[in-house]
Ligand binder design. Structure first.
Ligand SMILES: [Cu+2]
Length: 107
């Protein structure tokens, strides 16, 4: 697929929405090699926003399926996850596997 088309896809995916994405229902700061807060709860359709407030690179990676992951987040970078299914999703940081957190999704 041509690179230009790949760059367009995120734009197409948001077409129909007005303006900026809705503000996240929960925010997690990545600071001092921990996710804060460690546990957040949102409803289906809501989003969680992670912000790397530390100096090291981190990821937000699903424990059950590590192919579901953010890219490497440098200092100041953010990652948004939209909750699609009810349940608890455990996640960790690939470079620092002791960094763990949970997202609980309610109906
Ligand atoms: Cu990390």
């Amino acid at each position: 697929m041509p690179r230009a088309l790949l760059l367009l896809l995120p734009l197409l995916a948001t077409a129909g929405c007005t303006g900026a994405p809705p503000s996240p229902a929960a925010e997690v700061r990545i600071v001092d090699f921990a996710f804060e807060p460690q546990n957040v709860t949102v409803h289906v359709g809501e989003s969680v926003l992670w912000t790397n407030a530390g100096q090291s690179g981190h990821t937000v990676t699903e424990t059950r399926d590590p192919t579901q992951t953010s890219s490497a987040l440098g200092p100041g970078a953010t990652f948004r996850f939209v909750a699609r299914a009810v349940g608890t999703q455990e996640y960790f940081c690939q470079p620092h596997p002791w960094m763990r957190g949970n997202v609980t999704v309610q109906a």
